[in-house]
Design a protein around this ligand. Structure first.
Ligand code: ADP
Length: 338
C-alpha cells in the first residue's frame, strides 16, 4: 500500500534542498535556540581550523544576542591563507526563530582592492608626465637661449607622447575589457606581416632583427581584427623593448585544423619566474625604470590577456632570464558564441 503524500515533510525537504543551492550560508534555530538547519561549513569549506573557530564564535555570539535585539550584523575578516571576509546577519522570524545568514565577500573585497590599486597606479602614471609637462612648459616660457629651448621642446614632446600613449592604452583596455567584439574572418598571417612592417623602423633603431614567418597557407581565424592587431602590437613592442641590441625578434604564425597560433619570440632579458603569474595585471612591471625608459605603460600584457580571453583563446608564456621570452596566442578558427 502506498503512503499518502505528506505535504509538510515534503515541503520541508524541498526548502532544505533549495537552501543548500543558495550560495549563502544559513543557520536556522527554533525560538529556544536549537539548530534546525546549518550549512555554513559545507558551503564555505573552511578547512582552516582557526577560521572555522572564529566563524563559529561569531555565529554563536550573534545568536546569543537574540534576547536583546531583533537584528544584528557583523563582518569578520579571517586572515588566511586564504584571507577571507564574511558578512553575518541575524534576524528574528515572526515565530521567534532565528535566522543567521553568512555571505562570503572575499571575492568582492579582492576586486575592490584591485580597482583601488588600479586607480592609484593610473593616477600615479598620469601624474608623472603631466607634472613634467607643467614644469617644462614653465621653464620654456622663461627661456631665451634657443639651444636650451630646443632641448626643452624635445622633452616636452617625449612627455606628451608618453601621456598620449597612456591615454590610448587606457581607452583600448577599457574597450577590450568591456568584452564587445566585432567578428570578421581575419587573415592572421597578413596581420602579422602588417604589424611587422609597422615595427620595422623601431626595430632597426634598436638594432634588432625583426622576422616574420607564416607557415603554410590558410591562416585565417574568426576574430576582431583591431583587437588582434592591438594584442600582437603589444607583444612585438615588448619583444623589441626588452631585448638588447643585436637580438632577433621572430613573429611566427602556424595553423592547425581548428586553431591558429601566433608566436612572438625574443632573445631579450627574460622574465623572472616569480613575476610571470602577475605580469598580465594592469600596471604590473618587472622593472619599472626600464619599462618607463622605453615608453611602457604597464598595460600592454593586460590588453593581450583580455583580447585572448575575448577570442576564447589561450595565452602561454615561457621565458628564461638572460635568454629570452616566447609568448604564444592560440585562437580557435571559429569562436564559439557566448
Ligand atoms: P609595459 O608597458 O611596462 O611593457 P606590459 O603590460 O606590456 O607593460 O608588460 C608588463 C611587464 O612585463 C613589463 O614591464 C616587463 O617588465 C615584462 N615584460 C613584458 N614582455 C616582456 C618581454 N618580452 N621580455 C621581458 N619582459 C617582459
Amino acid at each position: 500500500m502506498t503512503r499518502p503524500p505528506q505535504p509538510h515533510t515534503e515541503e520541508a525537504a524541498l526548502w532544505r534542498a533549495a537552501a543548500r543551492r543558495v550560495p549563502i550560508g544559513i543557520v536556522l534555530t527554533d525560538p529556544a535556540g536549537h539548530v534546525l538547519h546549518r550549512d555554513v561549513e559545507e558551503k564555505f569549506g573552511t578547512e582552516n581550523l582557526n577560521q572555522r573557530v572564529l566563524l563559529d564564535r561569531t555565529i554563536a555570539s550573534l545568536l546569543a544576542g537574540r534576547e536583546t535585539s531583533a537584528e544584528a550584523q557583523e563582518t569578520v575578516e579571517l586572515f588566511g591563507p586564504p584571507r577571507r571576509t564574511f558578512r553575518l546577519r541575524r534576524s528574528t522570524l515572526p515565530s521567534g526563530a532565528q535566522l543567521v545568514t553568512v555571505e562570503d565577500l572575499s571575492e568582492l573585497r579582492r576586486l575592490e582592492a584591485v580597482r583601488r590599486d588600479f586607480v592609484a597606479n593610473v593616477s600615479h602614471e598620469l601624474k608623472t608626465p603631466v607634472g613634467a609637462i607643467v614644469l617644462l612648459a614653465d621653464a620654456l616660457a622663461q627661456e631665451d637661449d634657443p639651444t636650451v629651448a630646443r632641448r626643452l621642446v624635445d622633452r616636452l614632446v617625449t612627455e606628451s607622447d608618453r601621456l598620449s600613449r597612456l591615454v590610448a592604452d587606457l581607452l583600448d583596455l577599457s574597450r577590450i575589457e568591456e568584452g564587445s567584439i566585432v567578428l570578421t574572418e581575419v587573415d592572421v598571417g597578413a596581420l602579422a606581416r602588417a604589424v611587422a612592417d609597422r615595427f620595422e623602423e623601431t626595430a632597426q633603431r634598436a638594432s634588432i632583427v625583426l622576422r616574420v614567418d607564416v607557415v603554410g597557407h590558410g591562416s585565417t581565424a574568426e576574430g576582431d581584427r583591431s583587437q588582434l592587431e592591438s594584442a600582437l602590437s603589444n607583444l612585438v613592442d615588448n619583444a623589441i623593448k626588452y631585448s638588447e641590441p643585436g637580438g632577433t625578434v621572430e613573429i611566427r604564425v602556424t595553423s592547425a585544423s581548428d586553431s591558429v597560433t601566433i608566436t612572438v619570440r625574443d632573445e631579450g632579458i627574460g622574465i623572472p619566474a616569480r613575476d610571470r603569474e602577475r605580469m598580465c595585471e594592469r600596471c604590473y612591471r618587472v622593472d619599472a625604470a626600464r619599462s618607463r625608459a622605453t615608453g611602457g605603460t604597464g598595460l600592454g600584457l593586460s590588453i593581450v590577456r583580455h583580447v585572448v580571453d575575448n577570442h576564447n583563446g589561450r595565452l602561454t608564456v615561457s621565458s628564461q632570464e638572460g635568454v629570452g621570452s616566447t609568448f604564444e596566442m592560440t585562437l580557435p578558427r571559429r569562436r564559439a558564441r557566448s
